[in-house]
Design a protein around this ligand. Sequence first.
Ligand SMILES: [Zn+2]
Length: 372
Amino acid sequence: MEVAPSPRKQGPGLKSWRPQVRSGIAIAFTRASPTSSVYPRELGAYKLMRRLFEAGLVCSVLVACCCAQTPALQVLPWNGRRAAVSLTFDDADSVQLDRVVPLLNRHHLRGTFFVTVSKLTRLDEWRKAQRQGHEIGNHSVSHEHSATLTRVSEEIQVEDAKRFLDSNFKSDVCIFAYPYEESSPGLAFWVRRYDFAARGWRGGGELLYVRPDAEPDWYSLPSQPSYTRYDATVYKGWIDKAISLGAWTTFQMHGIDDPATGWEPVPATTFASVLDYLTTQERQGLWVAPFGVVAAYFRAQRIVQQAEPHSVDGCKQLAWDLPHPFPVGVVLKVRVRQGTRLFQRARELHPDRHGIYSVSFDARELVIRGGL
Ligand SMILES: [Zn+2]
């Protein structure tokens, strides 16, 4: 028996598989037609009825497909890519300037460096890394165990480190990584005040892979620590799993090669092999981006998805508030149903050649005309 081709094999777009539905139904009716056993006049009437029935059925199937396939507005997760991976490096270990940053640059990848302020030397070189697109995050003033902190020192560990980083990196550093992955109510209070996302929890199993429909604790996002004993296949497995789940996972790394360079150093050959693999996967749709960049996109995506549409002058309007603090300039990738027009700040948005719109999260509103 002939079966209509699978839509997946024809490509992801609705356009590419509509004709498959039509031909599949046409094939089914051709086979069922009993043309050899009817008289000519009846045959004409039969053919007419059959065509009307076919046309009606094809239309209803297409309408059903349209409704099922294309919601009026869809915010695409992970910047429109299949999955996301963030590489984070802790403690401002010097080896990160000497070997990690050059290797990342060679692979055109960008990482996040959660720096401990008391260990921060070679400031000019860190600033250069930042200018090259790497992200600087807050890893406290002096990397203490949370249980040893007083109410006063909890604030100092977060706030003083932030003020130092803001002034020395001329930016608003508003991501945090808890030293030893240890939090406390007092520490978390200050992190919430000064940051929009924090890497905290080591997690477990599939929870290490944050799915696009998840409602995570933005102040305790999970990460996977690297260990010296892991070979490249372990990290490739993490990347493959993120891709298969359409999820985001974060690597947590420290030293390279020599134990003197940082906690649980990753062999240099393993690290280079992981970067090669990431580059290959990036070409196939993986988003490799700094922790704060992915977290900001994801948090903005969830806010817009949860905004309730209101009717305004015959249009629908989505409005939302920005978290505070939050990075400026987050742009969401959006797809809409055919016939829908989008406006922000009274100006119409236009899609790129793939039909994807760029929606400013800073605009705090989106007007949708038609399609709903
Ligand atoms: Zn640390």
